[in-house]
Design a protein around this ligand. Structure first.
Ligand SMILES: [Zn+2]
Length: 256
């Protein structure tokens, strides 16, 4: 199982948008201490959008509110029929939004907060161009990446203020496939995420068969698809925020 990437979050936004938009909430349950007293039942959901890896669910109650959620490492939203058994343990649920026809449950969410809609910019204004956003701007993404010329490319790709939507998997894959030309790298990232919004199974190789979806990600010890050298798993990233990554030591002599 992979961690949520931009396309995973985009698909979660679509799922919530289809299930909840223009529906009245008959019950709400926010299972985080800061929101324990909140009740938005009777409110109407206008839409859910993604911005990078952030989810914004816009809810009209006495005032226009935005429910901000983030999947972080383990989170996921599921939309169920009323009474349907939950696919994950109930104690991991952080938000439950119920309409007459659907129950949307956010499991293991990394962020759950409600802000006045006018303050959405405070939540997502720092993000770089959104790879799956309506205003995707590859030139600006390249400009932001070039602002820090000494920084290794992989942590730069993971920095959501440079461009938004890339997680561990895409960072590893992109650095294996294309690192010489930043514009091509950024275009390739956009193409990969875009393709994966249309299918339930992520792939960067074009092959959807289990074990063949990725070039290097999650393939430690397995032979490189180009040269046969065992793929190496290492820690990489800004100090204190290192992440596991994967690279071919032969094809990528200077990983990162
Ligand atoms: Zn190789």
């Amino acid at each position: 199982m992979t961690v949520p990437e931009g396309d995973t979050v985009w698909r979660a936004a679509r799922l919530l948008d289809r299930a909840l938009s223009n529906q009245t909430l008959v019950a709400t349950d926010f299972r985080v201490p800061a929101l324990a007293t909140w009740d938005l039942s009777g409110a109407r959901v206008s839409e859910t959008v993604s911005r990078g890896k952030h989810l914004l669910t816009r809810i009209d109650a006495d005032a226009p509110w935005t429910l901000h959620t983030h999947l972080k490492m383990e989170g996921g939203w599921r939309v169920l029929k009323p009474g349907q058994r939950w696919p994950r343990p109930a104690h991991t649920a952080r938000v439950v939004l119920t309409t007459a026809e659907a129950v949307a449950v956010g499991f293991a969410l990394g962020i759950v907060e409600i802000v006045p809609r006018a303050r959405e910019t405070d939540l997502v204004g720092h993000l770089g161009p959104d790879l799956l956003g309506p205003g995707w701007d590859p030139t600006e993404a390249v400009r932001r990446l070039t602002e820090q010329p000494d920084r290794p490319i992989k942590p730069a790709l993971l920095d959501q203020t440079r461009l938004a939507g890339i997680g561990n998997m895409y960072a590893a894959e992109l650095c294996f496939i294309e690192v010489r030309d930043l514009r091509r790298l950024v275009d390739r990232a956009h193409q990969m995420l875009e393709l994966n919004t249309r299918r339930a199974q992520q792939s960067t190789t074009g092959d959807l068969a289990r074990g063949r979806q990725f070039w290097v990600f999650d393939r430690a010890g397995k032979p490189c698809r180009r040269c046969g050298t065992p793929i190496r798993q290492t820690l990489l990233g800004d100090e204190g925020r290192e992440r596991t990554t994967f690279a071919c030591p032969r094809c990528q002599p200077l990983p990162g």
